[in-house]
Design a protein around this ligand. Sequence first.
Ligand SMILES: [Zn+2]
Ligand SMILES: [Zn+2]
Length: 260
Amino acid sequence: MHDYHAHSAYSDGEQLHRMLDAAADAGLDGVGFADHCSLTRDPHWREQRARYARTFDLTYERRRTAIEALRADRDIAVHDAVEVDYEPGADDRIGAFLADADFDYAVGSVHYVLGHTVFAFEDFSTPDTPDPDAVVDAYYDAVVSLLEAELFEVAAHLDVIEAHPQLAGRRTKEQVRRVADAAAASRTVPEINAKRLLREDGPDLHPTGALRTALSDRGVSFTVGTDAHGPEAYDGRARELERFCEDAGIDPVAPTDLAA
Ligand SMILES: [Zn+2]
Ligand SMILES: [Zn+2]
């Protein structure tokens, strides 16, 4: 099995060689590094991009040199990918960057909406935060836009918002249906994301429950990603992910085969 979604020190993960050695020890045949990249023009997210090293558009050529060197002395396959922060309305800018950079494949993710991230450290109960239902609505709207944009080979963790304790369980059947229909119509393949596999602080795989069922019902294919940020993430996660796919009858798509 290949892991098509890992991070390195070119964003918020660890050194490429440490990640690769851990993945090889875990029995993986390949790793795709999809480092974080924000192309936002919003001043708030520009500041966040600098603060949290989402500046991969400035460093991807350096990482490419490193990957070429590592390919030469490792048996494990290494894929040169990117995880772009998707923002509705930024399609042209994202498309131009991806066409120019020419990665092996591109992963798109919605990480923030309405001025806030959808991760657990955001508190949506304070007066200056939007209504949680509005956040969930904006989030799934953005996911549909991502799928309709056809910019990416992979859509990461389609319902990562379900790991947020204040936002989980609020989605409607209509939102699930819209996302599943958009995925069925798109060339962009959703991933089975194992970010929270073997942890107790959220759902163990994305997409969760009804959304995963709705995608499967429509015959949508999946790829796989551990979303590993450190080598320890491979300890058990790769094996569990492989077992899950076998049990669920999922034959993961290789996004390297989808890239134009
Ligand atoms: Zn992500
Ligand atoms: Zn990621």
